[in-house]
Design a protein around this ligand. Structure first.
Ligand code: 6MZ
Length: 338
């Protein structure tokens, strides 16, 4: 099963850039930025060792600030983007939608941030031609509305200049912070301008907010851990897939035991669902490992893994031609095993 899953041409629909750098890539990045003999490098190595202790969602969010230090320069961000694509390619992911919150600091503006990531994706596509990469700028709900406004304005602009790459907006960040309702006018503007919306919804228990989000609508639902059966039916009827991130939910403590993961309920309800990593670096996983876990815990067969991958192709934001090409790769792989 492990070998079968590793070789499966997988489709990743929920991956945050700064969360997606594996430990090796973080080391490579630190070495590139600081040099392997510097004091900064050895201090970072010490912190890497303490890095893998997860406890709850708030602790996870602290880890992002650690990675953000390494990507706080143009060169750090550029190389990190390339390394993230390298890691997905290494896991035989044929298509990835990368999300990231444009940031501003003394080294770059939000515009520079997005331009740097776009340039790095284009370079990575030459180095790793097997993988198709798309970009979804994120709104971080913990940040002020003005940052979200700017992200949407820039995304509209970049979607015009890079229509093959910038496809939509992600709404994410610590779900305990910010109010979804405050972001609705900004998200509406993005949608009116043709951007697709993927929304972190029901990652923690908050039924009134879930109702607001479902009513507002979305192209895909991130996590959906605390959706009730009526919500699940509502999404199913509207052909909206729920992005399931097993290890992330377990390590961030929103799901106490994988046996209780909502993937089980979604499978039973025959709802639309996709398997994703969320933050493969921070949670020390890969998409192959997520499939393996699902097969171990819920008994997914090889055919079910193929079907789930085709479901991800269907729910990706890629165009028809790209989706057809992805599906052909999956079907050819399945046929080669028969
Ligand atoms: C909500 C998450 C997340 O944007 O700096 N992010 N938001 N729930 C999650 N579940 C664990 N995991 C990551 O990538 C890191 C950022 O993505 C969001 C958070 O805003 C985090 O700071 P970027 O590339």
């Amino acid at each position: 099963m492990e070998e079968f899953l590793k070789k499966l041409p997988k489709v990743e629909l929920h991956a945050h850039l700064n969360g997606s750098l594996g430990i090796e890539s973080l080391r490579d990045l630190a070495e590139r930025l600081y040099g392997s003999t510097s004091e900064e490098f050895s201090q970072l190595c010490q912190r890497f060792i303490q890095f893998d202790r997860n406890s709850d969602l708030d602790a996870c969010f602290k880890k992002f600030s650690f990675v953000h230090e390494l990507t706080s320069t143009v060169e750090g961000l550029r190389y990190a983007t390339e390394l993230a694509v390298r890691d997905f390619d290494k896991d035989n992911v044929q298509y990835v939608e990368i999300r990231t919150t444009p940031k501003a600091n003394s080294n770059y503006s939000r515009r520079d941030y997005l331009q740097t990531v776009i340039d790095a994706i284009r370079t990575a596509r030459e180095k790793y031609p097997r993988i198709l990469v798309k970009l979804l700028p994120s709104i971080n709900r913990a940040e002020p509305l003005a940052a979200a406004e700017e992200t949407v304005s820039l995304s509209i602009e970049f979607a015009r200049s890079h229509p093959d790459l910038v496809l939509g907006i992600d709404f994410s960040g610590n779900p305990g912070k910010g109010r979804f309702a405050d972001f609705v006018p900004i998200l509406s503007r993005a949608r009116d301008m043709g951007l697709k919306l993927v929304i972190h919804c029901a990652e923690i228990e908050n039924p009134p907010e879930v109702k607001e989000m479902l009513q507002f609508g979305m192209s895909r639902c991130g996590h959906g851990t605390f959706l009730d059966p009526i919500d699940i039916t509502y999404l199913k009827e509207r052909n909206i897939a729920i992005e399931c991130c097993l290890t992330s939910n377990l390590k961030s403590g929103t799901v106490p035991d994988l046996k209780e993961h909502h993937l089980k309920r979604l499978m039973k309800a025959d709802a639309h669902k996709v398997l994703c990593t969320d933050d493969s670096g921070v949670f020390d996983t890969t998409l192959s490992k997520e499939f393996l876990l699902a097969s171990e815990v819920f008994g997914l067969s090889r055919n079910q893994c193929i079907s789930l991958t085709l479901e991800a192709v269907h729910h990706s934001l890629a165009n028809d031609e790209e989706r057809n090409q992805m599906a052909v790769k999956v079907k050819d792989y399945a046929a080669s095993l028969a």
